[in-house]
Design a protein around this ligand. Sequence first.
Ligand SMILES: *Cc1c(COP(=O)(O)O)cnc(C)c1O
Length: 381
Amino acid sequence: MKDKLTLMIPGPTPVPETVLKAMGRHPIGHRSGEFQTIVKRTNEQLRWLHQTSNDVVVITGSGTAAMEAGIINTLSYGDKVLCGSNGKFGERWVKVAKSYGLDVEVIKAEWGQPLDPDIFKQALESDTSKEIKGVIITHSETSTGVLNDLEKISKYVNSHGTALMIADCVTSLGACNVPMDLWGLDVVASGSQKGYMMPPGLSFVAMSEKAWKASDKSNLPKFYLDLKPYRKTAAQNSNPFTPAVNLYFALEAALAMMEEEGLDAIFNRHARHRAAAQASMKAIGLSLYAADGFGSPAITSVVPNNIDAEVLRKEIKNRYDILLAGGQDHLKGKIFRIGHLGFVSDRDLLTAIASIEATLQTLGLNNNMGAGLAAAQKILH
Ligand SMILES: *Cc1c(COP(=O)(O)O)cnc(C)c1O
């Protein structure tokens, strides 16, 4: 049905009407006093969201731009880095690091499994000559629905002393607790189309004082993504280039909504939705792809045992206008992923679960219609 599409993918995520309306006005001059007021306000809101006193820089670009910026501003040619890889995004950061000539040691885990913090610990502890300059990991690995133990890995990085903790928090920020200062994170990257409840187009890099200091020495090539001019102009409530002015209107509105809900309430909502999504899929006899206890608060990956996941996904889209995410690479057809990130309510999740059940029943693969909803309702009630 026209105009009925519900996004249940891990980005772009649904956008509240308040945010859409905030965007729907004429752009204003990006050097105007009115715009500077918005920059000032959003800079404060971003610090609140990141639980940090550090500067958070806003880039016009997708999440990858933020992550690439974090890497190329803090490291130098030939620097040794440890890069965690247990999914598509982990693989991407390995590629970025290698394309800039970093000396990358990949620490892998099977897709669906979390990274093992002890391997990082050993590599960091045995590095007595302090060759390791950075540790790069993805907190919530969206491709598999696994939440890695960023807090623990960051603790080992901080004990090492020299290495910087560089984290892709694109689907964890605004979904679960990511206290930047408390955990000692040096670079935190995120994107507007995820937990921010905004359309795609803005991305964010928060950097610790240690990371800013490293940026003074970093010799990797950069111009548009050189973060120093962003920091300097942010201090004057401005931007080095023309920012996506209308997305700033959206950012201000979305962060105000997040402040109104409160961080703890936002994290609780995501935790409840994760629990309900997991319980419902198990109740209808499907298995979860992510290792037990490591499911992401943003996304639940599901293995539909007797059907191609792509067929199921297409049926759900055609019948009910709900878009679920598919599997990537070797997981295509093997899993589907329910996004419950950002502006997602109990109703959205219950509807998605009901649609999965109904579609399976239509296809003759579910004779216990309602079991998933009952399991979800036990958690949501
Ligand atoms: C979405 C996402 C990104 C950023 O992807 P873009 O398409 O560049 O916005 C990075 N990391 C993770 C884990 C993501 O889910």
